[in-house]
Design a protein around this ligand. Structure first.
Ligand SMILES: O=C(O)CCC(=O)C(=O)O
Length: 281
């Protein structure tokens, strides 16, 4: 399997993210863009008025304009390309190098950041309230990680940029009611890049979208991975999706090869390392 270069390893340790340029080919970017436009018209999980960041089931996206805001979860059933992306080697090998083999696929999400002057951006850590107070060291594997795929070119600032606070996974970060962290706070880096690029970052780094004032919606895919004991937090995988998966994809989706019982996900199945390396049938 591929491994990080020394430069990527250093950037990961110090900055808390790396950029993989052109991880998706142009025809894949086009396919995923079409799929995002298509799924607006289909039922799925979207933000509703439920509290605590929970998603509700909707019959279609409230706004069918392909450039309007959308935040759809649980993508794998919409197209086999979403399943294939779970362990695409060019990216997945590096995720295994960073996280080790005892991992699960924990969430999938498609976001469209519309042009609007009503959204000021949003800065946070992932994993809810917990992970912003758990800071692993430079040499530790992360508890959870996200792969963010740009499906639109992003240039300039305040273009809905994915924004990151490099190094914030390693230090206490000021947060109190008088000091809300925004995409314009000191230390924020609003990332730019081409459609097809992929950013890898741990859930514990402070990040989020910048406002988008610049005339073009930003489309994105987010694929999350976690250590096995952390558990997936997005979905139960429908049987028809599992049937379309390879053994490695099934394992990543929580199929341990036997029915769940107490103790599952604590110690991994004996063939875990082989399955994740792609070698087990
Ligand atoms: O890319 C985005 O718009 C949101 C990314 C983000 O904040 C997240 O994945 O938690």
């Amino acid at each position: 399997m591929r491994t990080l270069t020394e430069e990527q390893r250093t950037r990961w340790a110090i900055d808390g993210y790396i950029c993989l340029e052109q991880a998706l080919r142009p025809e894949e970017v086009a396919l995923f863009n079409e799929e995002l436009d298509r799924m607006r018209h289909l039922p799925g999980w979207e933000p509703t008025d439920l509290p605590r960041g929970h998603y509700g089931w909707v019959e279609q996206c409230p706004d069918l304009d392909p450039t309007a805001f959308m935040d759809r979860r649980d993508l794998l059933s919409y197209h086999d390309a979403f399943i294939e992306l779970v362990d695409r080697p060019e990216v997945f090998d590096l995720i295994v190098d960073i996280m080790g083999p005892y991992i699960l696929f924990s969430m999938s999400q498609a976001i469209v950041r519309a042009v609007t002057d009503e959204f000021p951006g949003y800065t946070h850590t992932d994993g809810g309230e917990a992970l912003r107070r758990i800071r692993v060291t430079e040499t530790s594997r992360p508890l959870a990680l996200k792969a963010l795929y740009l499906l639109s070119d992003v240039s300039g600032t305040d273009s809905g940029n994915f924004t990151i606070f490099p190094g914030s996974h390693l230090r206490p970060f000021p947060e109190d009611e008088d000091r809300i962290i925004t995409p314009h706070s000191p230390g924020a880096v609003q990332l730019t890049g081409k459609a097809g690029n992929c950013f890898l970052f741990p859930h514990s780094v402070w990040h989020g979208p910048a406002p988008n004032y610049q005339g073009k919606a930003r489309k994105t895919l987010l694929y999350n991975y976690c250590q096995m004991f952390v558990r997936a937090y997005d979905f139960e995988v429908p049987p028809d999706v599992l049937e379309r998966c390879t053994p490695r994809q099934r394992r990543l989706l929580g199929d341990l090869g036997y029915a769940f019982r107490p103790g599952s996900n604590f110690y991994a199945p004996l063939d875990q390392v082989d399955v994740i390396a792609g070698g087990a049938p």
